[in-house]
Structure formats: structure tokens, C-alpha cells
Design a protein around this ligand. Structure first.
Ligand SMILES: [Ca+2]
Ligand SMILES: [Ca+2]
Ligand SMILES: [Ca+2]
Ligand SMILES: [Ca+2]
Length: 384
């Protein structure tokens, strides 16, 4: 990791956000629905997040950084966005839409281009989840040039939706059911055609490449007793030419770990703990891989939550960057201002080619670096 790596913290939004803890008091609660993409096609990425508006209704905000600062666009959905969301061009108009679930059974496609008349309109594409999907990813799983949507409901099913460009209701192919916890990524792990799916309960090989036949393989060593709620990312983080799986414990109130898993010939993958239990990290619900410093090697981005996982007094949340020279791993604190994050994403908010990071709270601590308010934050990459 280069010494020159440098970020500037920008407060994206705190203005209207009173706290609502668990929906008992009015306000913006349970921020989820994160999707990042260049929704309006101007060369800069926007950041979308939404959740429950307590006591009733939902909200969705789209944040766009301009030369004058941050603009907030408010969509007014008639549903309550849940945790899972992703961005992809569903209708083939050249602009990405948001695909997101709700606190309930349905999946939506939301038009998210703020310059379009259809901005904010949403249609139901599926109605059959046990509960809102926690993980949603867009990827060309079968290699036919069209995107599929991978959806996972916490403690329940993992499914793939094909033919998402069709007008009718989407039809799921079940990859696995009764899968404990969460944490899902898509990557080419096997040597065959198509993409595979990586979860905390093993990786699923896309056997025929068509996304119809899935074989589960071991991943996390059972001896680690890894918590079932995780974040997962896949990339060649040590630059050895092979993909590694990076996994964090995303909901633990204390002693959350983060590990790099390297493939073995058989059985669970080898692990290297970058945060062990003694490090006492809290709820690492952000996990992204990106070359932040421009040296051609991926770094690991993670962050701790508020949500009483930290209390903002004896333990304050921090954002972290982890990088290696191929042998030793270095940790760097990116933000230490008592501002936690949940599902922060790497994106390019200013279009300068340097990856930036935007995140928001799930629920705010009573004591935080924003006077106890909810907050959305950007770390803008100013590395020379
Ligand atoms: Ca844009
Ligand atoms: Ca496809
Ligand atoms: Ca790098
Ligand atoms: Ca940038």
C-alpha cells in the first residue's frame, strides 16, 4: 500500500435525519438498499440508499456529487426498501436501474435516473421471498452476455433470476435453500464456463455453466467457527495470480474477524486472519476490494458499524484499509471520527478515476460524530 494514499472526508448528508431506533420513534430507520452506479450517465457514480420511514412507509435517496457539493434526490417508494440492492440495466435503455427488495416478499426494479421522467417509478418483478433478500448481485452468471440477478435471503434461499429483461414476472432458479446466514459474491472460481457463487456456507460451482446445475464445495474451515452473518468479496488481493475470498464477520457486537481465504486442492480453504478476535473489531458490515492507491494491487476496505455495536463512547467505529506487499499485511485507518458505516461502497463520485468510498449508517448511535444524527459520508480519494 502506497504511503501517498489519502482521502478527504465529506459529509454527504445529515440534514433531515432524526433517529429512529427500531421504528419506535418517527424517523429514518434501517438504512439499506445500497446501490452505486452512474445512473444519469454523466461519468460520475451516484450512491443510493433507502429503508423504513417510521412509523409508516419507505424512503429512497440518491446522492450525486457535483462541483457545488452533494445533491440529494428523494424517491418516494410505496414500499419499504430492505438491505439487498444492486444496480444494472434491466430494460436495456443504456442506464442502470436499481433492483431492490423490501421488508417482505417482493423484489422491485426502480428507475433511478434523476434526469428521466420515470425517475422513482418502481415495478414488482417477483413476489415470493421468505423475507426480503439480504444480498442482491447482478452478474452474467451463464456467460450469454445478459445479466442475471443473484438473490439470497438471510437464513433461507439462494436463487438466480435469468431473463430479467422480460416484461413478465421473474422466475427463480434455486441454487440452495436453508442456507444459514448471509454473505454472497459472484466470481469465476471453477475452470469451467460461467460464473460461480461464493457464500459463507461454501462456494457453488456452476457445473454446466448454464446456471441450472450447482455443486457446493467447502470454503470456510469449520474449526474457525465463523459467524454466519458475513460480508464476502473475491479478488486477487495478494497478486499471486489466483483469486482469494475475503470474508468478514458482519454483525458481531465484539471480536469480529476478517480473513483472506486461499484455495486448497481439497477441503476448506486456507485462512489468514487480518483481524483476529483479539483485535475486537465490531460488525464489519462493509467489505469491498479496490485498487485505492493506484499501484495495480487490490486493497481491502472495511468499516465498523454504529447500531450499538460500538457505543460511540468507550468504543468508536472506524473505517479501515488493508493492503499487502505479497507477504506482510498493513492496516490503515481511513476514518476515525466516531462515524460508523454499513454497506459502504467503492465508487467514483467525481469521475477522476480514483476510487472513492461512500457509506451510511444502519442505525445511528446516540453518541456519534454527527451529534447523534443519521449520516451519509464520503471519503474522496485525493491520492497523488
Ligand atoms: Ca452520474
Ligand atoms: Ca447471462
Ligand atoms: Ca493498490
Ligand atoms: Ca474519484
Amino acid at each position: 500500500m502506497r504511503e501517498a494514499l489519502q482521502f478527504e472526508h465529506e459529509t454527504v448528508d445529515t440534514t433531515i435525519f432524526n433517529i429512529s431506533w427500531g421504528g419506535e420513534s418517527p424517523g429514518y430507520d434501517a438504512w439499506g438498499g445500497v446501490a452505486a452506479a452512474d445512473f444519469d450517465g454523466d461519468g460520475r457514480d451516484e450512491f443510493a440508499t433507502g429503508g423504513r420511514l417510521s412509523p409508516d412507509g419507505g424512503y429512497y435517496h440518491l446522492y450525486d456529487r457535483t462541483a457545488d457539493g452533494w445533491d440529494r434526490y428523494e424517491l418516494e417508494p410505496d414500499f419499504r426498501p430492505g438491505v439487498g440492492a444492486t444496480a444494472t440495466d434491466v430494460d436495456g435503455d443504456g442506464c442502470p436501474e436499481i433492483v431492490c427488495g423490501e421488508w417482505g416478499s417482493r423484489l422491485f426494479v426502480v428507475d433511478a435516473d434523476p434526469t428521466a421522467e420515470s425517475f422513482g417509478t418502481a415495478r414488482v418483478v417477483y413476489d415470493g421471498f421468505e423475507n426480503g433478500p439480504h444480498d442482491l448481485l447482478a452478474a452474467d452468471v451463464d456467460g450469454d452476455g445478459e445479466m442475471e440477478i443473484v438473490a439470497r435471503v438471510k437464513d433461507h434461499s439462494l436463487v438466480v433470476f435469468d431473463d430479467i429483461g422480460s416484461d413478465g414476472e421473474w422466475v427463480p432458479t434455486v441454487v440452495a435453500s436453508g442456507l444459514d446466514g448471509d454473505g454472497t459474491a459472484v466470481a469465476d472460481i471453477s475452470d469451467g464456463p460461467g460464473l460461480d457463487i461464493v457464500t459463507n456456507q461454501g462456494w457453488f460451482q456452476n457445473v454446466d455453466g448454464e446456471g441450472t446445475d450447482w455443486q457446493q464445495h467447502p470454503l470456510v474451515d469449520p474449526a474457525l467457527d465463523w459467524d454466519h452473518e458475513t460480508r464476502i468479496a473475491v479478488g486477487d488481493v495478494d497478486d499471486d495470480g489466483d483469486l482469494e475470498v475475503v470474508i468478514s464477520e458482519s454483525e458481531l457486537d465484539a471480536n469480529a474477524r476478517l480473513a483472506v481465504l486461499s484455495r486448497t486442492d481439497t477441503g476448506p480453504w486456507e485462512h489468514r486472519l487480518l483481524f483476529d478476535a483479539e483485535d475486537d473489531r465490531r460488525a464489519l458490515h462493509t467489505l469491498e476490494l479496490a485498487d485505492l492507491d493506484g499501484d495495480g494491487r487490490l486493497e481491502v476496505v472495511t468499516a465498523e458499524m454504529e447500531n450499538d455495536k460500538t457505543d460511540g463512547e468507550s468504543v468508536t467505529p472506524r473505517w479501515w484499509c488493508l493492503g499487502t506487499d505479497g507477504e506482510t499485511w498493513e492496516r490503515r485507518v481511513l476514518l476515525d471520527e466516531n462515524l460508523g458505516s454499513h454497506c459502504a461502497r467503492v465508487l467514483d463520485v467525481d469521475g477522476d478515476g480514483r476510487p472513492d468510498i461512500v457509506g451510511k449508517v444502519w442505525r445511528a448511535n446516540d453518541r456519534n460524530g454527527a451529534d447523534g444524527l443519521n449520516h451519509v459520508d464520503c471519503l474522496r480519494n485525493v491520492t497523488e
